[in-house]
Design a binder for this molecule. Structure first.
Ligand code: ZN
Length: 492
């Protein structure tokens, strides 16, 4: 129920603010998606799981949420600034494939991994290359407003001009003087008037294959522009939540604010939310140092960091045991503890289902418990606090089972409904997928049953049925082999 108790930490003010969407009952939320040039890494997954939690809780409260998360498939250069090769074009060149093959491959990978983590898909997932026209229109508007300049076929945002009447750096807490002082001028490498300026449109070099026609040159949009174009198109010039990883605050989100403010003369976003980073064994994750692990490597157990595999649900649960704004460290000990906690929680729910409630109530105040659960989530989506409450309920359930403490029907109903709701709907923890050996065991038993039915049909001279069973199984890739020992089967 929407009762306006929710507060969120707004990165723009640095303070917790009451969450009041622009249109009551509706929420527009934009989250910066991945640049699809390599496998999605675990740190990114943490960001998307964090915003999945936020999306799920807003929906749980009854908001109608329009969730937009983009796919960056052009314009993101190697060093996040305006130099270097396009990340996707570079990968395509190395692999000797089309850039759009790179995009397709890693978009599929991204979706598959996030599905394993049980994240809900966004309502709209627009791509940069699908919105080139919108981006060109935005550049025209920024030029018209006087905050950009064209030079040699490229267009740059004029940061100093913008800063005369606005504060460039207000999200990341930077001052323009410091930026000027700290930015190196790359002599001869750029047409920019000032090194702080950022590209809205870049003229493509002859060898650059990802290019589109524009009034200024055949080229490509600057990375920061796509998010302004797509958030404005789908959520309007003012919307409620903009999210992303902490590392995107500067320059990416700062540039987004500048672009939108330059055109509309008002800030685009009411609440900026940032998810913090994930470290591995106490150190920053980076491909270059080897202190890096892909989600699949954790699920399969094929990695140099952990002794055994951990399921996507355990990893998700582990991530939710920390607040999304805190730095979280992943390690064997932490994962093992989370796995135990996860099992205890799921076991508690199963135990509850076996209990028959009576008339007498036990000493567990379900009403107060429910209030505490909501209070946790209303306090800037504090999932670790919610999980602590869920464990309190599990403790009570165990006392009912093992110590004969009473539970009334009202208590049972509340726990039964709300535990499932918090675990599955809000935290997004899915029931564990059965291990393959368990699944195989069930398959063997099922085929055994079909073999028995076939034998019965043959004994009754019902050859139509026995042939049907054999042929149908064969069409599924399961071959029956009749021999002295009876009928065996092989799966092709
Ligand atoms: Zn973005």
């Amino acid at each position: 129920m929407i009762d306006n108790s929710l507060v969120v930490l707004n990165s723009l003010s640095g303070e917790k603010e009451a969450f009041k969407p622009i249109n009551p009952g509706y929420v527009g939320m934009y989250v910066c998606g991945p640049t699809v040039y390599s496998n999605v890494h675990l740190g990114n997954c943490r960001t998307f799981i964090s915003f999945d939690l936020i999306y799920r809780y807003l929906k749980h409260l009854g908001y109608k949420v329009r969730y937009v998360r983009n796919i960056t498939d052009a314009g993101h250069l190697e060093n996040d600034e305006d130099t270097g090769e396009d990340r996707i074009a570079k990968k395509a060149r190395i692999e000797k494939i089309e850039p759009m093959e790179v995009v397709q491959y890693y978009t599929v990978d991204f979706h598959q991994i996030l599905e394993k983590f049980n994240t809900l898909p966004p309502g709209i997932e627009p791509t940069a290359t699908g919105h080139i026209i919108e981006q060109i229109e935005l550049i025209k508007e920024i030029l018209k407003a006087g905050y950009a300049y064209e030079i040699n076929g490229s267009v740059y945002f004029d940061v100093l001009k913008y800063n005369e009447t606005n504060h460039y750096g207000k999200l990341s807490g930077r001052k323009i003087e410091e930026l000027i002082h700290n930015t190196r001028t790359l002599e001869g490498q750029s047409d920019k008037k000032n090194p702080q300026d950022f590209a809205l449109w870049k003229k493509a070099e002859p060898q650059h294959i990802m290019r589109w026609p524009s009034p200024w040159s055949d080229g490509f949009p600057g990375w920061h522009l796509e998010c302004t174009a797509m958030s404005t198109k789908y959520l309007g010039a003012s919307f409620d939540i903009h999210g992303g990883g902490m590392d995107l605050k500067f320059p990416h989100h700062e540039c987004e604010i500048a672009q939108a403010q330059a055109i509309h003369q008002h800030p685009p976003v009411k609440y900026w939310l940032h998810a913090n980073m994930l470290t591995l064994n106490g150190k920053k994750m980076a491909k270059s140092t080897g202190n890096n692990i892909l989600p699949l490597d954790i699920f399969t157990g094929k990695n140099d960091f952990f002794k055994k595999p951990y399921s996507p649900q355990v990893v998700r649960f582990f991530m939710l045991q920390a607040h999304y704004t805190s730095i979280l460290d992943i390690s064997e000990d932490a994962l093992e503890a989370s796995e135990k906690g996860y099992m205890r929680l799921i076991e508690g729910v199963k135990q509850l289902a076996t209990i028959t409630p009576g008339n007498e109530a036990g000493g567990f105040d379900t009403e107060m418990w429910l209030k505490k659960c909501y209070a946790a989530m209303d306090d800037d989506f504090n999932s670790p606090l919610l999980i602590a409450q869920l464990f309190d309920a599990v403790k009570y359930i165990n006392q009912v089972v093992h110590k004969g403490i009473p539970i009334s029907s009202a208590q049972w109903d509340c726990l039964n409904t709300m535990l499932a709701s918090f675990i599955h709907d809000v935290l997004g923890i899915a029931p564990e997928v059965k291990s393959s050996s368990e699944a195989e065991d069930k398959l063997s038993k099922t085929i055994g049953l079909l073999i028995a039915l076939r034998n019965k049909a043959r004994a009754n001279k019902d050859f139509a049925t026995s042939d049907q069973i054999r042929d149908q199984l064969l069409s599924y890739g399961i071959q029956l082999n009749d021999g002295k020992e009876g009928t065996q089967f092989t799966i092709k």
